[in-house]
Write a protein of this length. Structure first.
Lengths: 430, 430
């Protein structure tokens, strides 16, 4: 898996992570200019310098102060960090220090775990409403607060597994583009009530924008639409994460949190909500962040339309094995296998089944009660294993019968979203 | 399960099935009048007469000449017949004599297995098209023909199992509101090409009407909308069933066949196709023939809207056990269990798993290759069973990970559509 580095050879050849930190304190225009220059510089940089870089991994805690040094750096430009499973499995609630990061755009001053101030932060509510409203973050803080513990997962999580058939573009996430986090904030419907927002019946979508801006000024600004009917009674405008003001890098001071939805729909640095009759056709809503409705042969790149694709909204049911890990060597006898499972929270996870004979038979694992319907379900099972090579497979199924495909590549799509295949690891029993 | 009888005590108290046959030869207006009179008569009929009726089961072969006498009569007014599993399992392709029947409305002369003539039968194509067209059934017969073997299933099939929680209205189907049938006809896209139909890009739905009429003249005429994008390359205007002209009672001379869709969308006696921007809001499209998107507690009757429901379009993945049968007594030792599985044909069925320990462990059954992706997959497995009472459960899962809920009542809806729960039977091993 190639790691990308900040393209800033003209500034400091030896420590690109320092450059990223500096960039975080620049304003947007200056940052774009810097990156632009750097990109030009990159083209003419000597080959030996590139090689030298590749040998110096970036320290995530320098890229985003406060982050654990053991995180995997996928992209230091906007800050894309993955949580290794060894860290992910240590806590029921993922601490801010180890939580994954995936940013599409850039907000000056946001590459830190420190919070941004509530003061002067406002959110505009507009579109198919009787009268537009502007509410302040401090007003939000005075409204009734709701808590939710939930899986936050990048829709690209697991993308690297699509490479078993045809590799797809984008960050090559393994299992750690996710975490289980507690949020606190104001229910969307409460915000609308308290701000006296009257919505026209023709409004079917909620489109959200953050205060961040594209790295390239001419690029379309990041935004997403979600179905209003589905989110109105569960989305929250969150002010806290894990009991503290939301760290800047995770979208504070105000983030749109939609339990059960993929991370990308949980708009960071929220500053505008639009009530609309149609889903936005912004580049980030289509063709990005969508999957084909009908499966295609891996490698097939059909034009993505509103008819043949669906957005990365509801998280697919999924389980991962987090102990043992791929290529582990374990002692023969009873082997304990454990992991977590989750879905979109619409119904409960019914069971996680484990197979040690490549799908011929499956046994039900012990499932722990989750903190909420949107949180992950830890599971564990002990199976007798003889010495030799073994494959361990896990498959979650929920109360609606929604489960994981045996071969996750059935859901192949050009951008490698929504990997939810049966998790499969190989281990050696000695 | 109460059987309903034709309400015609004024005509012939002793043989209501004869009345139904007579009615079939009346024109629509006379029939409605007859039923109306009968309904009034019913209210004043002596209790002992009703009791006498209940003891005289209607002979399906008199209700619909040619049908097997062993079919279950659910409604003799429009002709609603179920295939007992004992008959269903005898053939890979369900013969016309035993195929289930479910009619919402009435077409004079259609209660027979005989075909209706192609002559003078036309289909109008209208709506968002450059110019409306009328094509004749005889023209269709001269176009390129396509064959498909597929499961035809009433969306009410299995409705009786919802009564395990809260009984729902409508025909109390068990497992036999389905069959596996071969159709031959012209692909919809071929029809459009040959008839030079130019469709406006805003057309997103295909709405189909048959020549039948409501039993009550003021009732809304039966019609359904399906998503044009999804059906355009698989729907056919069928002229033959199982190698013969389509029997009148099964929708000939021309029936809209949409492989993978529930039976109700396969409009019989097709005479009009409308290309439209919006799904029809006809009574039979909404609130009828829809299920809630979010599960509700059984018994909950939310107003059904376009937002909170989805139409009975794609068939849910499903398996049924057809041997042994509920309450069978079998000899101890290896017991062979068999049945069929199917889905909407979007992807293959991956496996059918069977559990004899109430879901703790599951074993993969042997699956036969189906005749088409839309046909049923016969499966079989042999398991050792000790003497005593046993529950046998079957669960199909497809290549997308779509499977059956352990408790099918999770999908409860006021009209009891789309039962697809894990199939469960109790048997005694002696």
């Amino acid at each position: 898996m190639p790691t990308k580095y900040l393209r800033s050879p003209n500034r400091d050849h030896q420590s690109p992570s320092t450059s990223a930190l500096d960039a975080a304190s620049l304003d947007r225009r200056a940052f774009v200019k810097l990156v632009g220059t750097a990109a030009i510089g990159w083209g003419v940089s000597p080959v030996h310098l590139r090689a030298a870089w590749a040998q110096r991994p970036i320290d995530p805690s320098r890229l985003i102060p406060g982050k654990d040094r053991r995180l995997i750096v996928h992209n230091s430009k906007t800050g894309v960090l993955e949580t290794p499973v060894e860290l992910l499995r240590q806590h029921r609630v993922t601490p801010k220090e180890t939580l994954f990061v995936r940013n599409n755009q850039f907000l000056p001053g946001s590459l830190t775990l420190d919070p941004l101030p509530l003061d002067n932060w406002t959110i505009e509510i507009m579109g198919l409403v009787k009268a537009p409203r502007i509410i302040s973050a401090t007003e939000l803080a005075q409204m009734e607060q709701t808590d939710v513990e939930m899986v936050l997962q990048c829709s690209g999580n697991g993308r690297s597994y699509y490479a078993r058939t045809v590799k797809t573009r984008g960050t090559q996430w393994k299992k750690g583009g996710m975490g289980n986090v507690r949020w606190r904030g104001v229910l969307l419907k409460t915000v609308f009530e308290r701000a006296e927002v009257t919505i026209h019946p023709s409004a079917r979508f909620l489109t959200a924008e953050g205060k961040d801006a594209p790295l390239v000024p001419t690029a379309p600004d990041f935004e997403h639409s979600v179905p209003l009917h589905d989110v109105i009674d569960k989305a929250i405008l969150a002010l806290e994460m894990n009991g503290e003001p939301i760290p800047a890098v995770h979208g504070g001071p105000v983030r749109l949190i939609i339990p059960g939805y993929y991370g990308t729909m949980n708009i960071k640095w929220l500053h505008r909500l639009r009530l609309e009759a149609h889903e936005t056709f912004n580049h980030h809503q289509i063709p990005r962040y969508r999957t084909y409705i009908r499966p295609v042969k891996p490698g097939t790149r059909l034009k993505r339309t509103f008819e043949n694709t669906a957005p990365n909204w509801h998280q697919r049911v999924k389980s991962i094995i987090w102990s043992p890990l791929e290529d582990d060597v374990v002692a023969a006898g009873p082997v304990t296998i454990s992991g977590v499972a989750w879905n979109d929270g619409m119904v409960e996870i019914e069971a996680v089944y484990v197979s040690t004979d490549r799908g011929r038979t499956w046994q039900r694992a012990r499932l722990q009660v989750p903190a909420s319907r949107y949180a992950w379900y830890p599971w564990t099972i002990t199976v007798p294993l003889r010495p030799g090579q073994h494959e361990i497979w896990s498959r979650a199924i929920d109360a609606l019968g929604r489960s994981q495909p045996l071969d996750g590549s059935i859901h192949w799509n050009p951008s490698g979203y929504e990997w939810y295949g049966v998790d499969k690891i190989r281990i050696t029993v000695s």
